[in-house]
Design a protein around this ligand. Structure first.
Ligand code: OSB
Ligand code: MG
Length: 374
């Protein structure tokens, strides 16, 4: 009862132009090529997941085209031979795979949605969520100049978002923070460097940023630099938050153990899906380390999974889970994801991810498809 029998994995790639381009220290994103996964059972029920790999491997080593191949050539056959009966087993079955966690997450999250639909419960309940309303912040990309940045910050504060994060890179950092802090001395403000700094070369910049009462400095150094993050954390009052460095529970344990970070950003894709995300937040919570849900410019499908995950008890800080309309003219779910004037989203009460997937819109945007019988 409630067990699932996977019948088929369907992939469809869609092209989604962003409303506004999004600039980070690693480059400018103008749109996303998104691999969507449908996990289908023997009764024709469908669960949905989204692959958050970027088109090119600049955020992390994954990217769209290799992800497509890994799902078809490795993940689907492994699931076929394992015969999984519950979403909680998928992560373990796929554990022989090194890396490629965004590909794994795309399929794993689809199977969680499918199982929640089969059981007719909201995904956040199936995961064990302890809150109904989640807190939302925004991530603001690098802007043409400080005036434009201040306009964007004002707009998001007016909309009710509880935390503002601004992207920084060498040469576009202290001045931006100074300008925002001058107008908003008290808001929850953080910066995200996406790995652009180096400990010795940029220590003076980090020490300068430490003077602005930031909630956190997100991923200042390269992903593999856990040791250097620990050295940097020793020199700062501001909490370091790790994003790119944390791919799994083991990474989180080691980072916390050596005090390389005092906050963790959890992204479903980066860690390989709901099972691993849940373990990381549970561990961090037990160590008193707050976590929050990061974003990868997701469509409504990925966003809905992020909402469900953010109801877990360790997610005590506002996440980068913002309204569909910040990124998309038209989202592929209905209703589009909206944020209240208090900067919150209520987890939906419908089964699974709780939003209706607009198949006709997906059809219209589709550039390729693949179907694998299990
Ligand atoms: O580092 O958090 C990041 C977008 C793409 C890649 C990496 C990151 C981001 C964001 C956007 O900050 C978060 C969002 O989806 O709103
Ligand atoms: Mg980040």
């Amino acid at each position: 009862m409630g067990e699932l029998t996977l019948q088929r994995i369907e992939l469809v790639e869609i092209d989604m132009p962003l409303k506004h381009s999004f600039e980070t220290s690693f480059g400018v994103t103008t749109g996303r090529r998104v691999i969507l996964v449908r996990a289908i059972d023997n009764n024709g029920n469908a669960g949905y997941g989204e692959c958050t790999a970027m088109e090119r491997p600049f955020y992390n080593p994954e990217s769209v085209d290799p992800a497509w191949q890994v799902i078809i050539k490795t993940i689907a056959p492994m699931l076929a031979s394992a015969g999984v009966r519950t979403a909680a087993d998928v992560n373990e079955v796929l554990s022989p795979i090194k890396g490629n966690r965004m590909s794994i997450a795309a399929v794993e999250t689809a199977i969680w949605d499918l199982e929640a639909k089969i059981r007719d419960v909201p995904l956040h309940k199936l995961l064990g969520g302890s809150r109904r309303e989640i807190s939302c912040g925004v991530s603001i990309g690098i802007q043409a100049n400080t005036e434009v940045l201040l306009e964007k910050v004002a707009k998001e504060i007016d909309a009710g978002y509880q935390r503002i994060k601004i992207k920084i890179k060498p040469g576009k950092d202290i001045d931006l923070v100074e300008a925002v802090r001058k107008v908003y001395p008290d808001i929850l403000l953080s910066v995200d460097a996406n790995s652009a700094y180096e400990l010795e070369r940029d220590l003076d910049v980090m020490l300068a940023l430490d003077e602005y009462g930031l909630l956190m400095i997100e991923q200042p150094l390269t992903a593999g630099d856990i040791l250097d993050h620990a050295k940097l954390q020793q020199k700062l009052r501001t909490a370091i938050c790790l994003d790119e460095s944390i791919s799994c529970l083991r990474d989180a344990r080691q980072a916390i153990e050596i005090d390389a970070c005092r906050i963790i950003n959890i992204k479903l894709g980066r860690v390989g899906g709901h099972s691993q995300a849940r373990e990381i937040q549970e561990f961090a919570h037990s160590k008193g380390v707050p976590v929050w849900c990061g974003g990868m410019l997701e469509t409504g499908i990925g966003r809905a999974h992020n909402i469900a995950m953010s109801t877990l008890p360790g997610f005590v800080l506002p996440g980068d889970v913002s309204a569909s309309a910040r990124y998309w003219k038209e989202d592929i779910v209905e209703p589009p994801i909206e944020v209240s004037s208090r900067g919150t989203i209520e987890a939906p009460s419908g089964a699974g991810i709780g939003y209706t997937v607009r198949e006709s819109e997906i059809e219209r945007l589709a550039s390729r498809r693949f179907s694998i019988e299990l």
